[in-house]
Design a protein around this ligand. Structure first.
Ligand SMILES: Cc1cc2nc3c(=O)[nH]c(=O)nc-3n(C[C@H](O)[C@H](O)[C@H](O)COP(=O)(O)OP(=O)(O)OC[C@H]3O[C@@H](n4cnc5c(N)ncnc54)[C@H](O)[C@@H]3O)c2cc1C
Length: 418
């Protein structure tokens, strides 16, 4: 096992670090202040111009689409120039993603944000040439954004075979009817493309009933009913929408990879996407620990710096141990993905999907506690960070489902059947 970043990745990490420190960190506080002002009086669903300005500068420095996996940079570098990313392995991308995870703005600034990255990977891996041209290229170019519509309010969606929204093939069209929710990013004014999972053939076996189909956000019959709160946060300008589809008709050519292949695509999509979430959460936990240490040394209670009171030093040590051990777990999963693709890292990806959000939630919780009342307010990024970590114990599959995968694979080593 070799987790050492390549010289190319080392260089990129330094460039991403320099960009984040000099361009993003100085404007982040003002960004949140301006957004809060728009919430009080204005339209927070219109992205603030600073994001576009930062994106242009990041792109000019080649810090763009770095999430794109190795192997795709060739044809895309030729076809789209710098849109092709840097061709990093998962192991090499880990420290880059960790850095972007420290900041609420950085993933979008580098065009490495969910759900666009997962959707772009679906198009890269499974999309037709026409789909790549029509949707992938503008996503790589950040001219549009996208959403992924799988979860439904009416059924337990941690079981992907439960989905009831219909995606019926009628002649040369697909007719979509049903309701989805938690469609992250659908509120963004640039969101033009939805990947929707729907039931096509109820008679087929459970893993071949569903289809992934591309639905333009502007198609007649698509309606965003509301934006959901995530513990009080609306995550503007992308949000998480509940959306209905009423007799939405799209050409058969919008089906990704072929009818009945949605389950397979969902598994493929969520593999690297889950790893990227975990890499970013390591960065978020690092930031929380830094803030805790700074606060703990700069405030005094009962005659001592807060860091020296009670069990706080031990908690700081435990946080460091937890972050470093889960980082190694993430690197191990990334390395296994690099060696043999998602099929080679089923247990490892599920392991980190449980371990990292739980670790981040605990470390951030400790940082909130050490900040006292301030930690609960939006004067510090901790309340938002805690909510993100908590949400990731559900999004991309709840903890229990991933524990189930790890246990199943473990038991199969000892003769248990699937
Ligand atoms: C912030 C956020 C963003 C999201 N973004 C998206 C998105 O962009 N697109 C999208 O399609 N979805 C998205 N989701 C939805 C998310 O993926 C689902 O909430 C998740 O998959 C669980 O589905 P469910 O809510 O229907 O829970 P259910 O399936 O109803 O499960 C409820 C609970 O049952 C328990 N449970 C389920 N299965 C098992 C099991 N095998 N063993 C033991 N217990 C079990 C777990 O405790 C689980 O939390 C997002 C969610 C959040 C919170």
């Amino acid at each position: 096992m070799d987790f050492a970043p390549s010289p190319r990745a080392t260089d990129l990490v330094e460039r991403v670090r320099a960009f984040t420190e000099t361009e993003i960190d100085p404007v982040e506080e003002a960004y949140h202040r301006d957004l809060a002002a728009l919430r009080a009086d204005g339209d927070p669903w219109q992205p603030l111009p600073v994001i576009g300005e930062l994106r242009a500068r990041a792109r000019a420095r080649g810090l763009w689409n770095l999430f794109l996996p190795a192997g795709h940079e060739g044809p895309y570098a030729e076809r789209f120039g710098t849109l092709g990313g840097a061709g990093l392995s998962n192991t090499d991308y880990a420290p880059v993603a960790e850095l972007t995870g420290r900041s609420h703005l950085a993933p979008a600034v580098f065009n490495c944000d969910a759900p666009d990255t997962g959707n772009m990977e679906v198009l890269l891996r499974y999309g037709s040439e026409q789909q790549k041209e029509q949707w992938l290229e503008p996503l790589l170019d950040a001219r549009i954004r996208s959403a992924f519509c799988m979860t439904e309010p009416g059924v337990a969606s941690s079981d992907a075979t439960n989905m009831e929204l219909r995606a019926e093939v009628v002649g040369e069209e697909v007719v979509v009817n049903g309701r989805k929710w938690w469609a992250t990013g659908i509120g963004h004014p640039d969101c033009e493309m939805l990947i929707v999972m729907g039931l096509t053939d109820p008679g087929a076996d459970r893993h071949h009933r569903h289809t992934m189909v591309i639905v333009p956000r502007s198609a007649p019959g698509v309606r965003v009913e509301r934006q959901l709160d995530t513990m009080g946060f609306q995550d503007e300008p992308g949000g998480h929408g509940e959306v209905t589809f009423t007799d939405v008709r799209v050409p058969l050519a919008n089906v990704i990879a072929g009818p009945g292949r949605a389950f397979e695509i969902a598994q493929g999509r969520l593999g690297p996407g889950r790893v990227h979430h975990c890499m970013r959460l390591i960065g978020l936990a690092e930031r929380a620990l830094e803030l805790a240490c700074q606060r703990g040394l700069s405030r005094t209670a009962f005659g001592k710096p807060i860091a020296n009171l009670g069990g706080n030093r031990e908690r700081i040590a435990d946080a460091r141990i937890a972050i470093d051990s889960t980082r190694l777990l993430v690197l191990n999963a990334a390395w296994k993905l690099d060696q043999g693709g998602p099929g080679n890292a089923l247990s490892e990806v599920s392991q980190i999907k449980v371990a990292v959000p739980n670790m981040a939630q605990q470390v951030i919780d400790f940082a909130i506690q050490l900040h006292g009342g301030a930690g609960m307010s939006n004067d510090f990024p901790l309340a938002g960070a805690w909510t993100s970590a908590r949400a990731l114990r559900l999004a991309d599959g709840p903890d229990e489902v991933h524990r189930g995968v790890v246990a199943r694979l473990e038991l199969m080593k000892h003769g248990a059947r699937r």
